[in-house]
Design a protein around this ligand. Structure first.
Ligand code: PMP
Length: 428
């Protein structure tokens, strides 16, 4: 079926407006490792998808999934050792403060559980988030979603503060420590205003690497001091590790690189390599309180299938040394892109952690004026060359590079050749 016909059918079947990537949408039919194949058999290097973290159609995961589904899959109101073992293994990947786990099926659900834990334990409802973020699509979690820059508004019990960054700082010209203090002051005043409004302060939710904000470089010390401030105010710090976790940054958790310890950790996307699997992990006290208050049940969560697949993903990450792969290949790719920045006036910045890199496109000759059109052009031309990326960030001008964790050095080398050709083509 040709692409135009399929797009028209899709619009009728799914309704107009269901998002699609690229000027000419991609019709893919198969995946293997870091590669995706279209209907003509053309191979693309997947440099976008973090969900298939151990690679598309990973044989170990597929086998574990098939075996478990052929043996037993049922809801969670029976004893089953698998899900207990997965919870234990997950908790052990954190420090001692994280003891117990509530499983769910999406990042949105897991964030919703985190909100309910923090709100239930404090008896207050006010949440602080950052102002160009995304945490999910439900009504409650959607209130913390602020795509686009500068949405510092208060929506009933959710208050957004500017995300911390050094490229376009809140106080131009300030020293790094003064800048950290300026962002902390916004957090302090958000907490104060929630308390004064009578909703009270329950918690602060952040993606530790501010992924949806565009991976900003954060003023040193901000997160550690924010954590102290949140706890001193009686609230909980929620780390949304849906994007940052599972070795994405070259460490197990984004918070390790950001220099703080969370009270509640939310994970999702890569946990099941595509099988819906998410989790909210916290102290036993927080989880016990949440369970006692809510009697939480989620039909597809905590199942033997989630357990088998979740375990298989962890096995592959550990067995294949993917954390080390991410740290090594990510550092080399970022350094190579930094070299490109020195020679290209329209690359305003190169940022990121591990295999999550943002290349910020700016207008030529401007003082870092974001250029989302150029980012979109780069993304489309890279796709024509067989490399799949997207654009993101508060100004949508960041070319987002976030491949499966199995992305190798030879893939990075091929990508750099395509990237150079793309920039040369655009700049003429
Ligand atoms: N948190 C973050 C940081 C995310 O990026 C996303 C999804 N992009 C979510 C939560 C929501 O996850 P899901 O789509 O699985 O509900």
């Amino acid at each position: 079926m040709d692409t135009t016909t399929l797009v028209a059918r899709r619009e009728r079947a799914l309704g107009a407006g269901a998002p699609l990537f690229y000027d000419k949408p991609l019709h893919i039919v198969r995946g293997e490792g870091v590669y995706l194949f279209d209907e003509t058999g053309r191979r693309y290097v997947d440099m976008y998808n973090n969900v298939p973290c151990v690679g598309h159609a990973n044989p170990h995961v597929v086998e574990a999934m098939a075996r478990q589904q052929a043996t037993l899959n049922v809801h969670s109101r029976y004893l089953h050792e698998g899900i207990v073992a997965l919870a234990e293994r997950l908790a052990a990947l954190h420090g001692p403060a994280i003891e117990s786990v509530v499983f769910s099926c999406s990042g949105t659900e897991a964030n919703e559980v985190a909100l309910r834990m923090a709100r239930g334990a404090t008896g207050k409802t006010g949440i602080v988030c950052t102002n160009a973020t995304y945490h999910g699509n439900s009504e409650a979690v959607g209130k913390m979603t602020r795509m686009g820059a500068g949405q510092n508004s208060v929506v009933s019990d959710v208050c957004a503060i500017p995300f911390p960054e050094r490229l376009r700082p809140l106080v131009p010209g300030a020293s790094e420590s003064d800048l950290a203090e300026a962002y902390l002051e916004r957090l302090r005043s958000a907490i104060r205003s929630l308390e004064e409004d009578g909703v009270g302060f329950a918690g602060f939710i952040v993606c530790p690497i501010f992924a949806n904000e565009g991976l900003p470089d954060v003023p040193r010390g901000f997160m550690a001091r924010a954590a102290e401030m949140v706890r001193a105010a009686g609230g909980f710090l929620i780390a949304d590790e849906v994007q940052a976790g599972y070795c994405r940054t070259g460490r197990w958790w984004g918070y390790e690189g950001a220099g703080f310890t969370p009270d509640i950790v939310v994970t999702g996307k890569p946990m099941g390599n595509g099988l819906p699997l998410a989790a909210t992990a916290a102290s036993k006290g927080l989880v016990d309180g949440f369970r006692a208050r809510t009697r939480y049940f989620n039909t597809f969560a905590s199942s033997p299938l989630q357990a088998a697949v979740g375990m298989a993903v962890l096995d592959v990450i550990e067995r294949e040394g993917l954390q080390e792969n991410v740290a090594r290949v990510g550092a080399s790719l970022k350094a190579s892109l930094h070299e490109r920045k020195k020679k290209c006036a329209t690359i305003g910045d190169v940022r990121g952690h591990g295999l999550f890199i943002g290349v910020e496109m700016v207008k030529r000759g401007s003082a870092l004026e974001p250029d989302s059109d150029r980012a979109i052009e780069v993304v489309n031309k890279l796709k024509d060359r067989g490399f799949l990326t997207s654009n993101a960030g508060a100004f949508r001008n960041v070319v987002k590079i976030r491949p499966p964790l199995v992305f190798g050095q030879h893939d990075a080398d091929e990508f750099l050749t395509a990237f150079d050709a793309t920039i040369a083509e655009i700049d003429g």
